[in-house]
Write a protein that binds this ligand. Structure first.
Ligand code: NAD
Length: 249
């Protein structure tokens, strides 16, 4: 039930971290993968890596905050790879600032990328999925910070909470098109972007509060991603799958 052979997937924010890892995972399971991010160079390198392992991938430039860019990217992905049946809506940015210091620009940047951006991509891919009538699976990469509060990261928490609400709304509306929409809510997963913080004294005290006593690794998301991407989750929609070593339990 976890076989992705012949399916086409779009991964946003595929140039680094969790998106890059998800693209390699899906390609390894047989999917043809459209790799999308703002910068094309790291995507070309990833394309080479996937093709050297007999996979199929194409690099595409995408700014999720720009509707025209989203439209062009989804059209190009379908022209090259065929109907997209899996979307990993992963592009996102962080922000760490005390709530009193967050400017309107800070707020707009985070919410535009994490919430409006995810919405624009889901809407465009969903439109294609509904039009072609094959259904599909949309996986919104949210965060446990969309479920529980934390200090000095208000816009991020709000954007991810909004993404979880959007997931539920689309799951209900698009079930008639056989489009499943779920959120994956990781806890703290070590990637280049947070490695320095997680290794700091503040990171260490955070780690001690995780029942598993360690931060997550990209591979810890593999089971959840494969479940949600594949037909194994054919009756799962509107769910939030938390992968956080029991941190928020
Ligand atoms: P990352 O910075 O390595 O990856 C983010 C990706 O998004 C990059 O490829 C970046 O180019 C892309 N991106 C940013 N803005 C974009 C835009 N406007 N258009 C297109 N692409 C854009 O960080 P990561 O840790 O891999 O995070 C990936 C996702 O996972 C994010 O949504 C993040 O909020 C979420 N997440 C991460 C963690 C964690 O601990 N690493 C935990 C929970 C959720």
């Amino acid at each position: 039930p976890f076989d992705l052979n012949g399916k086409a997937a779009l991964v946003t924010g595929a140039s680094s971290g969790l998106g890059r890892h998800a693209a390699l995972l899906l390609a390894g399971a047989g999917a043809k993968v459209a790799l999308a991010a703002r910068r094309i160079e790291p995507l070309v390198e990833l394309e080479r890596q996937i093709e050297s392992q007999d996979g199929r991938a194409i690099p595409l430039r995408l700014d999720v905050t720009d509707e025209a860019s989203v439209r062009d990217c989804v059209a190009a992905a379908e022209t090259e790879l065929g109907a997209i049946s899996i979307l990993v809506n992963n592009a996102g940015i962080g922000e760490t600032k005390a709530a009193f210091d967050v400017t309107e620009d800070d707020w707009d940047r985070v919410v535009d990328t994490n919430l409006k951006g995810a919405w624009l991509v889901a809407q465009e891919v969903g439109r294609h999925m509904a039009h072609l009538g094959h259904g599909g699976s949309i996986i919104n990469i949210a965060s446990v910070l969309g479920l529980a509060g934390s200090q000095r990261i208000p816009a991020y928490c709000a954007s991810k909470g909004g993404l979880i609400s959007l997931t539920r709304a689309l799951a209900v509306e698009w079930a008639r098109h056989d489009i499943r929409v779920n959120a994956l809510a990781p806890g703290y997963i070590e990637t280049d972007i947070n490695r320095a913080f997680l290794a700091s004294p503040a990171g260490d005290s955070l780690r001690k509060r995780i029942p598993f006593r360690r931060f997550g690794r990209s591979e810890d998301l593999d089971g959840a991603l494969m479940l949600l991407a594949s037909d194994a989750s054919r009756y799962i929609s509107g769910s939030v799958l938390v992968v956080d070593g029991a941190h928020s339990a």
